[in-house]
Write a protein that binds this ligand. Structure first.
Ligand SMILES: [Zn+2]
Length: 124
């Protein structure tokens, strides 16, 4: 598999664009995948993301937000209610921002594997 092809598809999916053409929108709503790209008619509905996006989102938020947050002294020194009032909305926002991006990347990864140009399969 060509790494350039994979990274291009991954970038397109991460920003919510069709992994095949990069112009059409991947999502019709927040997490609802448009089954067919409006620009290139690629069948984006055939890539089931299932539980992978929430799993990777939890992994990212846990490692990139929660773990570094524990290094700040206010987490341990401030009253628990105040810490929760500050951190929970932050975690919620990070999760809601990352989830569609991760889902787009997962779908784009599936597209890149299914359309591997090295194997002579479907090209974008
Ligand atoms: Zn497209």
């Amino acid at each position: 598999m060509q790494m350039r092809f994979m990274m291009r598809s991954f970038r397109r999916g991460w920003v919510g664009r069709c992994p095949a053409c990069g112009d059409g929108k991947l999502f019709g709503r927040y997490l609802k995948v448009d089954p067919v790209c409006g620009c290139c008619n690629h069948d984006n509905g055939r890539y089931p993301a299932d539980d992978a996006p929430p799993y990777f989102t939890i992994l990212l938020v846990g490692h990139l937000v929660i773990a570094p947050m524990l290094a700040f002294p206010f987490i341990w020194e401030w009253p628990a209610g105040l810490v929760l009032a500050i951190t929970l909305p932050t975690l919620l926002a990070a999760t809601l921002v990352l989830l569609p991006r991760v889902k787009g990347a997962v779908i784009a990864f599936q597209y890149a594997v299914a359309c591997d140009p090295d194997r002579g399969q479907e090209l974008p």
